[in-house]
Structures are given as C-alpha cells and as structure tokens.
Design a protein around this ligand. Structure first.
Ligand code: ADP
Length: 472
C-alpha cells in the first residue's frame, strides 16, 4: 500500500471515529434530555396525586401541590392496586393506554423515585409512562399511580437527528477523503519529484539538483539536504576523477622516460659505460615509480579504511633522533644544518612506528628538497595540554600564501605546474595529513616565501583520553 493511500486511510479512519463518537453523543444527549423534561413533569404529577391520595386516606384536606416546572397534560392517569389491577383511570383517549409492566411495578415498590419507561400504546403510538406508588399507614404499598404521555414528537426529533447524522457523516467523510487527497498530494508531490530526480541522477549528471520548495518546512529541508548530498557526491566523484587523472599522468612520465631512454640506447651498439648509465637512470625511474605506487596504495587503502594502525607506546623523541641521524649524511651532503631540539624527558605517544617514521621522513624530505645549501632544518619536540607537538622548520624557499590551503591535497604540485619539478610523488603531505589524523592529531603549516616554512603536528600523549585506541 502506498504512503499516499495509507495517509488518506488513516485520515479518514480518524475522522470517521471522531464523527461517530460525536454523532452518538449528540443522539443520546438529545433523546435523554427530552425524556428528562417529560419525566420531570410526569413525576410532579404522580407525586401530587400521591399526596392527595394520602391526604384523602387520612381525611385531611387536599394539599396544594403546585409545580414551578412546565407541566404537560398526561394522556392518561391510572390508579393500580398493589396486586396490579387498574382500579381507576382518567384517559383522554382509551387507545393511548399501555399494558401494565409487572416487573416495573416491582421495581417501583423498592424505588425512592418514580420510574419512567418507553412503551407502545394500543394504537401503536410511542408513549412515555411514569409509575409511582402510594405507601399506606401500615408502611405497605397501597396503590400505584401511572401517568402516560405521547412522545411521538420526541421520536420524530430523534429520527430527524438520526437521518441528519446518517447523511452528514458520510458526506463529511467524502469531503474528508477529498481533503485528505489534496493534503497527501501537497505533502507527497514534492517527495515524488525528489524521487524522480534521484532516479534520473547518475554518475554522469551529478550537476542536476532537486527543486527546493519555497516553503521553509521539512520538505524544503529534505530537498536541501538531498541537494547537499548530491553536491558532496559530485565533489567526491570529481576528486576521484582528478586523482585518477593525476595518478595516470604521474605514472606515465617515468614510464615515458624509461621507454625513450631504452629505445635510444637500443638503436645502436653502446659502450658498457653507456649501458650502465642508461640502466642507472632506468633504476632511478623505477624507484620513483615504486614510491609513487606505494603512496597511491597507502592513500587508497586509507580511503577505504583497509589500512590499520599498529599502535604501541612510542617515545617520540627517540624516533625523531633516529630519523635525524638517518638523514644527517644526506642533509650535510646538501650543505644544510640539522638542529634537534628534543627534551631529555621522554614524550610517549600511542602510535604506529612505521607510519610515524613515514610522516617524519615525508616532512624532512620536503624540508631538504626545498631548502638551498647553507640553510638550516630544525626538528623541535615539546608537549602541551596532553599533546606532543613536533615542529619541523626550514629556512627554504617557503610556500606562497595562495598555495598553503592546497598543499595537503593530493598531486597539488602537478596541477600547480610548479616551477619546481623536484622528485616526489606529490602525495607526501596528503599521506602526512592522513597519518596525523588517524592518530587523533592535526597538522598545519606556516610559511613565509623566501624565508622558510614550519610544519607543526600534534599527537595525543599515550596516557591521554584522546589517544587513539582503535586502529583506523
Ligand atoms: P611533493 O613534495 O612530492 O611535491 P608533497 O605533498 O610532499 O609533494 O608537497 C606538496 C607541495 O608542497 C610541494 O610540491 C611544495 O610545493 C610544497 N612544500 C611542501 N613542503 C615544503 C617546504 N618545506 N618548503 C616549501 N614548499 C613545500
């Protein structure tokens, strides 16, 4: 069953129940109200007769029993003996009299008030009959008094109300079903449009958007949320496309170099030294390719969550010193100075040793690449507010302010067509950011073109609550 049909069915169901309760209440209120008015008047009259009969029995004068209530003239008044035989009767019309209900007489015997009942007269007319009793001096019932009144008008009024209700309720339901349909269309129409747009959107037309209703309601929010989701998907697809494009270009360059070097070398006979030189260049390109493929694999696994960290408590100072010692020969060979500012007391983080080494290597590799001879590279470690802070500064070429927001993006260097085509996959900082964030930290950079750059990252300390506990 569609949501539209369910909505209309529920709506109609609720309206039908409410109208029925309302109709039944009106009908009973009307019919009992009308009977109460008649009963009250008949009650007064039978009680007045009772008072007179008792006075007559005692030989007293008739008391003046008058009523404030609207009095109606009964069709008949009967006196009935305690055994149930009519002993006296005053009737406007004989045909309006009704048979005696002996069970009712028994009930009246014990009742403190007159009892009214609906009855049908000999001529088929609807009657209201009130019965009361007279108690003699001996405390026993000495007689019953009955007064009857034709209630054809009341029955007619009841029938009219019933007919009105029986016509009005289905009519109201028909109107409600029409209203329900309009309501369901108003609510579900935009949903249908969203569904149709969603169905027509594929990877190729992610620029399409759902029309946002002008009302500031849930449906407008749904359409907006849907559009935002499509925009995010579009961005993700675009990123993916760019990434694949960049990656294939990056892979093609070393392969083209390899191919042309080998083709040229094979064109004629060469000396062993020439072959060695070509092979060495081929090896360099292959090393570059391997690094690029490794980096691509790291990022693609991190994207799909297949890369897990093996977390152990790690003294970060020691790790920095190890990497510094490992790179020192290269740094000195480039005419650079390496300064280590590592505190004596150990700073322990919960980290993946291989990944943190990769992070430091990527940052230091850049610092070496982008700092001319005579410059200085500083590695400083400190701790603050439950976090270990590492700063890697250089006195190199620095980064243009417009590039700073993008350098952590994959292959930004390639897209930027930077003058510096220094060896590197173009993925070093993207991987560095992933490693830091997977450890629960953050990385940032400050730089002044021509003066140098400082990359700062922080990691939660091992015993700190924000320290990563699950592999990601
Ligand atoms: P790659 O070094 O392979 O180009 P990275 O992701 O490591 O890729 O770096 C991206 C870009 O950020 C670099 O191409 C360079 O333009 C800039 N960059 C990174 N580190 C530095 C640094 N220490 N000094 C100047 N520029 C830097």
């Amino acid at each position: 069953m569609s949501l539209r049909k369910k909505l209309i069915a529920w709506y109609l169901g609720i309206v039908a129940v409410v109208l029925s309760i309302f109709g039944v209440a009106i009908y009973f209120y009307l019919s009992s109200g009308l009977r109460n008015v008649i009963d009250a008047s008949l009650n007064d009259q039978v009680k007045a007769i009772e008072a007179r009969l008792r006075a007559a029995e005692r030989g007293e004068e008739f008391p003046d029993v008058s009523s404030d209530r609207l009095t109606i003239a009964p069709e008949f008044v009967e006196l009935i003996s305690p055994t149930g035989e009519v002993t006296d009767v005053a009737a406007l019309s004989e045909s309006h009299r009704v048979p005696i209900n002996r069970d009712l007489l028994e009930a009246v015997r014990r009742s403190a008030e007159p009892i009214g009942e609906d009855a049908i007269a000999a001529d088929g007319k609807a009657m209201r009959v009130v019965t009361w009793r007279v108690i003699g001096d001996d405390g026993e019932v000495s007689a019953f008094i009955r007064a009857g009144y034709v209630i054809e008008d009341v029955r007619r009024a009841e029938r009219t109300v019933l007919v009105i209700l029986l016509v009005a309720i289905p009519l109201a339901l028909a109107l409600a079903s029409y209203g329900g349909k309009i309501l369901a269309d108003a609510v579900l129409g935009p949903l249908d449009r969203i569904t149709r747009t969603a169905q027509s959107i594929g990877a190729r037309n992610l620029k399409q958007r759902v029309e946002v209703p002008s009302s500031r309601d849930e449906l407008a929010r749904l359409a907006e949320t849907f559009n935002q989701m499509i925009a995010r998907l579009d961005e993700a697809f675009e990123r993916e496309r760019r990434f694949t494009d960049d990656a294939s270009h990056e892979l093609r360059t070393p392969l083209t170099v390899l191919r042309s070097e080998i083709e040229i070398a094979l064109r004629r006979e060469r000396t062993p030294e020439d072959y060695q030189r070509v092979l060495q260049r081929a090896l360099d390109e292959i090393v570059r390719l391997c690094r690029l493929v490794d980096d691509l694999l790291t990022l693609s696994r991190s994207d799909t969550g297949r890369l897990t960290l093996e977390l152990v408590p790690l003294p970060l100072g020691e790790l920095c010193r190890d990497i510094g010692d490992h790179l020192r020969p290269l740094i000195e060979e480039r005419g650079l100075d390496l300064v280590m500012e590592i505190p004596e007391s150990p700073i322990i983080v919960s980290g993946d040793q291989r990944r943190l080494k990769q992070l430091l290597l990527n940052l230091l590799d850049n610092a070496i690449k982008f700092t001319p001879a005579g410059g200085r590279i500083t590695v400083a470690l400190s701790q603050r507010e439950g976090r270990a802070i590492v700063q890697i500064s250089d006195t190199g070429c620095g980064i243009a302010p417009e590039d700073i927001p993008h350098i952590f993006e994959r292959f930004y260097r390639r897209r930027k067509k930077a003058r510096d085509q220094a060896s590197g996959s173009g993925l070093g900082l993207a991987i560095a950011r992933w490693i830091v964030e997977a450890h629960g930290g953050s990385i940032s950079v400050t730089s002044e073109p021509g003066k140098g750059s400082t990359f700062t990252f922080d990691l939660p300390l091992a015993d700190h609550p924000s320290s990563p506990t699950t592999a990601s």
